[in-house]
Design a protein around this ligand. Sequence first.
Ligand SMILES: *Cc1c(COP(=O)(O)O)cnc(C)c1O
Length: 366
Amino acid sequence: MIKFLDLKLLNKPYENEFKAKFEAFLNSGQYILGNEVLNFEAEFAAYCGTKYCIGTSNGLDALHIIFEAYKVLGKLSVGDEVIVPANTYIASILAISNTGLKPVLVEPDINTCNIDVSSVERAITPLTKAVLGVHLYGQLYQVNALEKLCDANNLLLIEDAAQAHGAVNLEGNKAGNMSNVAAFSFYPTKNLGALGDAGAITTNNTALAETIRKLRNYGRSSTYKYDLKGYNCRMDELQATFLRVKLKHLDVDNAKRKANGQLYIRNINNLKIKLPFYSTNEDHVFHQFVIRVDDRKAFMDYMIKNNIETSIHYPLAPHEQKAFANFSHCNLPLTKKIHKEVVSLPINSALTSNEINEIIKVINKY
Ligand SMILES: *Cc1c(COP(=O)(O)O)cnc(C)c1O
């Protein structure tokens, strides 16, 4: 059986280093916001090319704290509209609604499954204050076009970079450094994955970074001094030690994912399979390799019969979920179609080229 994702296997190369790091962590006696978090923040900021990185408890909390910080700074207020692609992971939309802002769902580009800049433009109203762009499946959205549109309309541009660690645009900027502020997740399945929950925020804006740093830790400015009504969204010290180990290997891991993706794109030649858009630039780190098929169930059953696990990102659109019953009236046919047709093939860096070639052979016979 070729598994869709085997997290134990994925972390196997780092096992010895993790164990040594755990020993050191245990002996340090410093278990909250210690040197490991500080060092990870400096290293991840340097990796992304941003002035600041603030570690958080997870990706959803990173997004949440960003919106709360903009409220503290007077840039956003309750009821403001935030435009977001309708086919993103539900966390992007929850972060907006949980902070009292109004998510405005827009259709993606059917070819890239990424945010469609022209549908963003059509959705702008006098109440629109921000756009949350999502680099879905590890592929950058149209960065320059969206930035231009946001500048022209005086909108904040926020990146959800939870799936795109290390993706680079044509100008050489990394995900996390192509907007006002970005949120990352280090959920274990992400391209840079911890052994538990973790996330981060990157930005070049000093006032924003300072506000976020306070909000993450009860609103605290220094010991026993509280400037804001904050939260506990701190990055875990132990997860920071693991992430520091894996960050050094992120580019190599991403290169393996890209090689796997390129093998699929070059060699899958079955007209029943719609391959994902790929520009051959460095702007895609293949968090997922997402194809589209008409009869998804038949295809997935066929793959399982041939001992290959596949997955779905995601089976049901956020506006069709019970939690977002208030959006059930939305007419989003492209989003619906994407959720009905998408299938994710195994793509992670632990797969061998033999396994990828076996998957290609089976798909071409479908
Ligand atoms: C994973 C993910 C998140 C949430 O991250 P968590 O760490 O699970 O809270 C947010 N947005 C997108 C696009 C994601 O893929």
